[in-house]
Design a protein around this ligand. Structure first.
Ligand code: UDP
Length: 255
C-alpha cells in the first residue's frame, strides 16, 4: 500500500490524495456517528459494506446518465473518485415521513407523501446543518440558479431510479441525502457531479413486508443489528463480499 496524504478526515470517511491532481481516494471507515457526532461507535465492517453498496449504486447511476464523481473501487475500503469542490448544501429527498421532518412538522412516521419532497440543509457541523431554502442558496451564492435547478432535477431522477431499484429487492426508499460538487476541466469550466456516497448511512430503507428499518436509524435509535442489516441490503443487491476479513486493507496514513 502506497503512503497517502490525508486531505480531509470526516466522520465516516477519510479523503486521501489521489494518484493524479484531479482525483482523490475515499476511504470508508467503520465509525458511526449520530446527533452531529454526539453519539459515536465503531461498527466493525460497516465501511466495507458501505464501500460496496455505494460503489454499486454509483455505477448504476452513471449507467442511467447521472454524472457522478465515481471512477472505480480500489479495494475493500477505498474508491477512486474525481476531485470536486463540494457545494455546501445537502439535498434530502423524502418519499415517506421519518426522522427530523416528523418532529419538525408533527407528522406521523410512515405517512407517504403525494410526491417526493426536496429539502436543503447547509453543510455546517458547527451549526448542526440547519434547514435552508432556495432563496438562502441563491442569496448567499452557495450555488448558481442553473446549478440549483440541475441538482433538484438530478435529485428527483436519482429518487425515481433508486426507489424502483430498492422496491425490486423488497425495500422502501423512505428518504436519502445527497451532495454535489463542481469538477473543473482544464479550460476552467465546471460541471456538476454527484459526490460523497449513497449507502444505508445516508438513506432510510424499510423492508416492504415488515417495515423493519435497515439503515443508520438502527444506530441512532439504539436498536442494534446495524451490520447485519447493511449486509442484508448488500445481499439483496446481489453484492458478493470479496473477503470475510473486514478489518484488513487499512492504508498507511501520512499526515
Ligand atoms: N442524512 C445524512 N446526513 C445528515 C443528515 C441526514 O445522511 O447529516 C440523511 C439521513 O440518513 C436520512 C435523510 O438524510 O436518510 C433525512 O435525514 P433527517 O433530516 O430526517 O435527519 P436525521 O433524522 O437523520 O437527523
Amino acid at each position: 500500500m502506497s503512503k497517502k496524504k490525508i486531505l480531509y478526515d470526516g466522520k465516516a470517511k477519510t479523503i486521501f490524495e489521489g494518484p493524479t491532481l484531479d482525483t482523490v481516494i475515499q476511504y470508508f471507515k467503520d465509525d458511526a456517528t449520530a446527533n452531529n457526532a454526539e453519539k459515536h461507535s465503531i461498527i466493525n465492517g460497516k465501511g466495507v459494506l458501505n464501500n460496496s453498496i455505494s460503489d454499486y449504486l454509483m455505477q448504476k447511476l452513471n449507467e442511467i446518465g447521472i454524472p457522478t464523481h465515481y471512477i472505480k473501487k480500489l479495494n475493500m475500503r477505498e474508491q477512486l473518485v474525481r476531485k470536486v469542490e463540494i457545494i455546501p448544501v445537502e439535498f434530502v429527498v423524502r418519499n415517506i415521513a421519518a426522522g427530523s421532518i416528523v418532529k419538525r412538522l408533527g407528522l406521523k412516521e410512515g405517512n407517504v407523501f403525494s410526491r417526493p419532497l426536496i429539502e436543503h440543509y447547509l453543510k455546517k457541523d458547527e451549526l448542526g446543518d440547519p434547514l435552508i431554502n432556495e432563496d438562502h442558496i441563491l442569496n448567499f451564492q452557495w450555488s448558481t440558479r442553473n446549478e440549483l435547478e440541475e441538482m433538484q432535477e438530478y435529485g428527483l431522477r436519482i429518487n425515481d431510479f433508486l426507489r424502483g431499484l430498492f422496491f425490486g429487492i423488497g425495500l422502501k426508499l423512505v428518504d436519502f441525502k445527497i451532495e454535489f460538487g463542481r469538477y473543473y476541466s482544464e479550460d476552467g469550466n465546471s460541471i456538476l457531479l454527484l459526490a460523497d456516497e449513497i449507502s444505508p448511512d445516508n438513506c432510510r430503507l424499510w423492508d416492504i413486508k415488515t417495515n423493519k428499518k435497515m439503515d443508520k436509524d438502527l444506530f441512532r435509535q439504539e436498536l442494534g443489528g446495524l451490520k447485519e442489516a447493511y449486509q442484508e441490503v448488500a445481499n439483496r443487491l446481489g453484492i458478493i463480499p470479496e473477503k470475510k476479513n473486514y478489518s484488513s486493507a487499512k492504508p498507511e496514513i501520512v499526515k
